[in-house]
Every structure is written in C-alpha cells, then in structure tokens.
Design a protein around this ligand. Structure first.
Ligand code: SF4
Length: 185
C-alpha cells in the first residue's frame, strides 16, 4: 500500500499500533512506596535520571488517574487491604511493577507481619530485582512494560487479560487492633 501512494507525506499503520504507541508513551504511575525502594523511585523521576524521557513521569496519587502501579518496598499484612483497594480502583487496562526484593519476596523480612510476595494477591507484570534496584533498573522495568503494551491487542472492553492467579488473600486477616484481654486483679 505504501508503494501505491503517490506521496511520501502519508504514513500508514494499523490502528492497534497507533493506539499502543500512544498508550506506551503515556503510562501514569501510581507509586505505592512503603520503604527504602521508594527513595530510588523518587530518584528515577528526578532530573538526573529523567523518567520523562519514557513518558512515565506523571506520578498520580489518585488510583483513578493511574494505570501503572509501582510497588516499592515491603508490604505489611496490615497494609495489604489498602494495596488491593488501590489496585482495584485503578483504571483499566493497568499494569503492575514489583520493585525490589521486599515487594517480590518479602526480602529479608521473613516474618508473619510482612507479605512474602505481592504476586500472591495482585497480578504482577514485571519484577525489578535488587535491594534496592537502581533507577536505571526500574527504568528497564518500565521499558519492559512498554514492550508488553506494544505487543498487546486492544483489550476487550478495556480490561486486561486475566493472568489466572489468585487476586484474593489466601489467609484471613485478623481485625486490627487485636482486642486485649485483661485477666483478674
Ligand atoms: S528491597 Fe531492600 S531497599 Fe527495597 S524496601 Fe526492601 S530492604 Fe529496602
């Protein structure tokens, strides 16, 4: 078709490529930064590393304005319902980066109080390794998300393809604070 066109001023493409190009260049991250990894996340958006080069610098603290959740840091069991609520409130289609050892596995915090990997509770698209990962590593993770978007079809009804993993906690959360029992005087 390109050869048949009488001028070079016309560009032909598929609608899917055009839509995905716009989506990949306008990711709006939702920073869920709970610990030291969050500092590296902040540095990534700073002038030295300039996340704006990838069109993903517009951090939003309202989930309804964000489509890329970046979980940076350990997630306490108490915080888990908040993480899930924020994820559910984000716009579709949406993606998740698990940044650092703590978010991905609990890291060195092998305790009952820390979630041992957020992917047990929300679908994770890209894991960024490190303790903490450097900003360049997080950028590589964001570029991996861009490659996923590039290869994505336009999702039906705007919903992401299910990853077939558990979205709900596999254990029952205890109500907090735990009521105290005072025995006799
Ligand atoms: S992975 Fe390391 S730097 Fe990141 S939150 Fe855990 S302890 Fe902190």
């Amino acid at each position: 078709m390109d050869a048949a066109l009488p001028t070079d001023d016309i560009l032909t493409t598929q609608l899917r490529h055009a839509v995905n190009w716009a989506r990949r260049c306008s990711l709006w991250p939702m920073p869920f930064a709970t610990a030291c990894c969050g500092i590296e996340l902040m540095a990534t958006a700073s002038s030295r590393f300039d996340l704006a080069r990838f069109g993903a610098e517009a951090m939003r603290f309202s989930p309804r304005q964000a489509d890329l959740m970046i979980v940076a840091g350990r997630v306490a069991v108490k915080m888990l319902p908040v993480l899930q609520r924020v994820y559910q409130q984000m716009t579709e289609p949406k993606w998740v980066i698990s940044m650092g050892a703590c978010a991905s596995t609990g890291g060195v915090f092998d305790t009952y109080a820390v979630v041992q990997g957020i992917d047990q509770f929300i679908p994770v698209d890209v894991y960024v390794p490190g303790c903490p990962p450097r900003p360049e590593t997080l950028m590589e993770g964001i570029m991996a998300i861009q490659r996923i978007v590039d290869n994505d079809g336009i999702p039906p009804r705007g919903l992401r393809r299910p990853l077939n993993i558990a979205l709900e906690p596999t254990h029952v959360l205890k109500p907090q604070p735990t009521p105290l029992t005072v025995h006799g005087n």
